[in-house]
Structure formats: structure tokens, C-alpha cells
Write a protein that binds this ligand. Structure first.
Ligand SMILES: *Cc1c(COP(=O)(O)O)cnc(C)c1O
Length: 475
């Protein structure tokens, strides 16, 4: 949630002082009856409004929000089939924490965890433990906490003390949730910078950052910057070598917010999951390539050994108790039900077909953008169905921020942003292809881009050069 301050950030101060504007048609029986009260915007109104009036006021204001399907910045699901919407509406009153009141919802959550344990090759499916969360961020907090607690128990003789400060090793390209984890839980973030054409973690460099205070290494499948998979197996091998050399046994957490629901279907031979003994835990966002509306995520541990018992709290369940691991207490049950529905509805074959369609769109669009001649691809959409591209070296009339801004005029949200250390010189555009972004829509985006190019090429130079013009948070 955004942290808001003050009564208004909107520039039209005069307008702000006025109450909300009512239309004669908003009055139900008597058109002028409803017009006497202009409800204030920033304090709770004194009295009630008829529901039809309140609905119309809120709805009108929301018309200026963007069209979610044209948002190519987000990884989050923006389309589900009508039956899923009905099911979610039917479940909107269910609270996930009330296991005793909604035991069937609790059972569907358990089945989802079991299906994911199987999908991610847990060596012992009955031993794997996991839970639903509000998204990958919460799942990463939980996984990070488990890593920290395990390290603290192994180092009980010297932690807490001034000398022993836990650290977590990761690439500089990690999603912001890992910076949050390190800040909230007082863990040092040790980040491997980008180097040349390497835009994600280098296994060797990661192993070199590890020491006796390293609680774990995070590998991202795949990176939000460019859609690439990090080399999880190579990372595990580098950590195996480190263990042989030094005795340090460092666990790996895989942040599979997107990729953990793509790779199992499209890259079944890629070993990134519990097949690698060093992988202790995995998270994914049910609301990204899990194909469910926000917000649901999943966290799984290889076995109870990877999840210290003292982090687990118990709630009532059918005369007994059920273990839970979560930051929130109350949470909607509808998303978990929708995840189960989607698993049941699609099965492996269905997921494979949906993700393959997204990858085909991504690869095709990337190729056609490259063929325009003005752009250079960083990635090709062949890992996550996501690709990043920048302007070709000889393009000086405009930059990626101009492209993003001009596409916005046509309704497309294509973010432009600058890379982190050591590639701050590089700014890119990124396109996330999701279920619902069809080859037809991709064709429309391409023709809009093609139509803009003559104007962009005729510019005397970039409109507002520099990274200050980043258009959207690249989540
Ligand atoms: C989106 C994302 C997150 C955060 O996930 P939410 O479900 O939005 O909380 C974390 N890590 C990666 C790699 C992501 O892509």
C-alpha cells in the first residue's frame, strides 16, 4: 500500500475545496432530491448516500485508470475467464485464516501446495511443506526468515553479537522485495553487480561473496529486468565447490515469482528446483504466470527441516489445530480457490499451451521489433515470455524514454528504465507478454511503434535525456 500524506496531492486546489459533483440522474425517485449534498472528498461525509449515487461517483472517478490489458509493464494477471470471476465472487466472504469455519477452502490450499511440490520435484512430496501468501513478496519474507532463523540456530554461540551480522547474497537485479527483506529483518544485502552483457547473477561471484555469516543465496527465475533465468544449477555447483573448500554449507532460495510457473511447462529439462539438493525453498506468484487475479503467492520448503518449527503458529481446525506461517492474519480465500480452479481447469497440458502461446508472442514480437532496425534486443523472450530492448548505437534522435512516452499516447504502457550497478549507462524498454496479450494485440503494438518511428527519427534529440524520465516501476 502506498504511504499517503496530507489531504490532497492534486493540483486543482480550487476544485478540491468543492464537494463531489452530483448529476440529477443520480437521484433515484426524485432527480433533484440527491443533489442537495455534495459529499466532501477528504473527510468522512456526515451522512449516507443512496447506493446508486455512491456507486456512480466512485465508478466515474475510476474511468481514468488505465486499461489493464494494454499494460505491458506488469507481470500480474489481468484476464481470467468468466467462471473464475464467478467463483471468486462467490468466495469473497471467506477468510483464509478461519480454517475451522472454511475447512474445504483450507483443503484446496493444501492440494495446491501438494501439486506445486510435485511440479517442483520435491524428493519426498509428503515431507514438503508450504503455504499460500498474498504474493511473492510475503513468500520471500517467509523464506528469508526461515533462512535467517536456521543460520541463527547454527550460530547460536556467536549470534546475536556485534561481530556476527547475517548477510544474504543475491544479484543486483533482484526484485525490491529482497531489499525490503534485508531492511525489515536487519540482514546485510550482498549484491553481485551486472557486468558487460551479464544482466543477472554470476555463480562464481556469488560464491565469493559468501562467508560464515551468509544465511543463503537467492537465485531469481527469471529476472524482472530482462526476463532471463538465473543459472540456478551452476550456482549450486559453485556453492558445492565452496563447501568442499571451506566447509560452508550455504542453502539456496529460488525466487520463481514468474519462472516457477513457466519453466516446469516449457523447459522441463532445466534443473532449477528441488531436483538440486541445495535448493531449500521456492516461491512463486499465483497472480503472475500462475494465471490468477491478485493477490496470491506460494512458498514451499523441501522439508520441515528447512522451516524452523518456532516460526510456525497454530490456529483452530476441526477440533484440533493447524500449523500456519504468514505475516497477515485475515486474508481473502477467493484467490486460493481461484488457484485451485485454474490448476484443475488447465492441468499440465493447459498450462503448457497457455505459457507456450505467451512465449510465442514474445519471441515473435521481439524478432519483429529487432527487424525494424532501430533497436537492439537484450533478451529474446525465450525464457520468461518477456524481453528487453534498447535503441541501436546509431540512434541519437530519440531514446527509450521517448518511445515509452509516445506509446503511452496510443494507450500502451511499455516501461523504460535504467539498469543498476555496473550498467547504469544502459536504459531499456521491456515488454511482458501475458495470457490475454494475443498475437493480434502484439501486431497492433508493432504497427503503432512503426507509425511513430518517422516522427521519433525526425526529433533533434531525446526530449528529456537521462534516467530521471523512467516511466514506470518495473515490478
Ligand atoms: C513480482 C516479483 C516479486 C514480488 O512479487 P509480488 O507477488 O508482486 O509480491 C518478487 N520477485 C520477483 C522475481 C518478481 O518478479
Amino acid at each position: 500500500m502506498s504511504l499517503h500524506q496530507g489531504s490532497s496531492q492534486e493540483p486543482e486546489a480550487d476544485d478540491e475545496l468543492r464537494g463531489l459533483a452530483l448529476n440529477p440522474f443520480f437521484g433515484q425517485a426524485n432527480p433533484v432530491g440527491g443533489m442537495t449534498a455534495a459529499p466532501p472528498r477528504h473527510v468522512l461525509p456526515d451522512g449516507p448516500l443512496p447506493p446508486a449515487t455512491a456507486y456512480q461517483l466512485v465508478r466515474d472517478e475510476l474511468m481514468l485508470d488505465g486499461n489493464a490489458r494494454l499494460n505491458l509493464a506488469t507481470f500480474v494477471t489481468t484476464w481470467m475467464e468468466p467462471q473464475a470471476g464467478v467463483l471468486m465472487a462467490e468466495c469473497r466472504d471467506k477468510n483464509m485464516i478461519d480454517k475451522d469455519e472454511y475447512p474445504r477452502t483450507a483443503e484446496l490450499e493444501r492440494r495446491c501446495v501438494a501439486m506445486l511440490a510435485d511440479l517442483w520435484h520435491a524428493p519426498d512430496r509428503d515431507a514438503a511443506v508450504g503455504c499460500s501468501t498474498t504474493g511473492s513478496s510475503e513468500a520471500c519474507m517467509l523464506a528469508g526468515m526461515a533462512l535467517k532463523r536456521r543460520w541463527a540456530k547454527r550460530n547460536a554461540d556467536r549470534y546475536p553479537s556485534r561481530e556476527a551480522r547475517p548477510n544474504l547474497v543475491m544479484g543486483v537485479n533482484v526484485q525490491v522485495c529482497w531489499d525490503k527483506f534485508c531492511t525489515f529483518w536487519e540482514v546485510e544485502a550482498r549484491q553481485v553487480p551486472m557486468e558487460g552483457d551479464r544482466y543477472h547473477l554470476d555463480p562464481q561471484a556469488a560464491a565469493e561473496l559468501c562467508d560464515e555469516n551468509t544465511i543463503g543465496v537467492v537465485a531469481v527465475l527469471g529476472s524482472t529486468y530482462d526476463g532471463s533465468y538465473e543459472p540456478v544449477a551452476e550456482l549450486c555447483a559453485a556453492l558445492d565447490a565452496l563447501q568442499q573448500r571451506t566447509g560452508l554449507d550455504i542453502p539456496v532460495h529460488v525466487d520463481g515469482a514468474s519462472g516457477a510457473m513457466v519453466a516446469p511447462f516449457l523447459d522441463p529439462d532445466l534443473e532449477w528446483d528441488f531436483r538440486l539438493p541445495r535448493v531449500a525453498s521456492i516461491n512463486t506468484s499465483g497472480h503472475k504466470y500462475g494465471l490468477v487475479y491478485p493477490g496470491v503467492g506460494w512458498a514451499l520448503w523441501r522439508s520441515a527441516e528447512e522451516l524452523p518449527e518456532e516460526l510456525v503458529f497454530r490456529v483452530n481446525y476441526l477440533g484440533g489445530e493447524m500449523p500456519t506461517f504468514a505475516l497477515n492474519f485475515s486474508r481473502p480465500g477467493a484467490q486460493v480457490v481461484a488457484q485451485y480452479y485454474t490448476f484443475l481447469r488447465l492441468g499440465r497440458e493447459g498450462y503448457r499451451a497457455v505459457q507456450q502461446a505467451s512465449r510465442d508472442v514474445a519471441r515473435g514480437l521481439a524478432e519483429r521489433i529487432e527487424a525494424l532496425g532501430d533497436f537492439r534486443l537484450l533478451t529474446h523472450g525465450d525464457q520468461l515470455p518477456v524481453f528487453a530492448f534498447t535503441t541501436a548505437p546509431d540512434v541519437t534522435a530519440y531514446d527509450v524514454f521517448d518511445v515509452s512516452r509516445r506509446l503511452r499516447e496510443r494507450g500502451w504502457l511499455v516501461p523504460a528504465y535504467t539498469f543498476p550497478a555496473h550498467r547504469e549507462d544502459l536504459s531499456v524498454l521491456r515488454v511482458v507478454c501475458r495470457n490475454g496479450f494475443s498475437a493480434d494485440l502484439a501486431g497492433l503494438l508493432l504497427s503503432d511503434l512503426r507509425r511513430l518511428l518517422p516522427e521519433l527519427r525526425a526529433q533533434p534529440g531525446p526530449a528529456a535525456p537521462g534516467p530521471a524520465k523512467a516511466t514506470a516501476f518495473h515490478h
